[in-house]
Design a protein around this ligand. Structure first.
Ligand code: ZN
Length: 117
């Protein structure tokens, strides 16, 4: 129903349901929309992959106990995780993909590996 092109604002001549004056305008419009989303996702994905890499490096055997500052020194970002797992006794494991961590007392973390989805 657009009377003017959503990308360039040119008055559209032709079908009533046209939103763009040509393919170029449609592509430019959609690329711009996708780019905004992609930049955010790239940043989040990068942070998640970095977190996973750090957890993997600190937990080569699939089970470990580390101090918070060991994770922070490597650049671990606690803001980003992929999912949480809550146990029956209400403990919450945070995961970055298959590598997880559980906050313990006195700034320690239990590191785990769980490939079940
Ligand atoms: Zn246009």
């Amino acid at each position: 129903m657009a009377e003017f092109c959503l990308e360039c604002g040119t008055k559209i001549i032709g079908r009533v349901d046209k939103k763009f004056c040509n393919d170029q305008c449609r592509n430019d419009y959609n690329n711009r929309l996708n780019k905004d989303e992609t930049e955010f996702m790239v940043k989040v994905n990068r942070a998640l992959r970095k977190n996973r890499r750090i957890l993997k490096a600190l937990n080569p055997k699939g089970k470990a106990k580390v101090k918070r500052n060991e994770m922070e020194t490597e650049g671990f970002n606690f803001k980003y995780f992929t999912h949480v797992y809550k146990t029956k006794d209400a403990r919450v494991y945070y995961f970055c993909y298959e590598y997880g961590y559980l906050p313990l007392e006195k700034g320690y973390f239990a590191l785990v590996l769980n490939k079940d989805i």
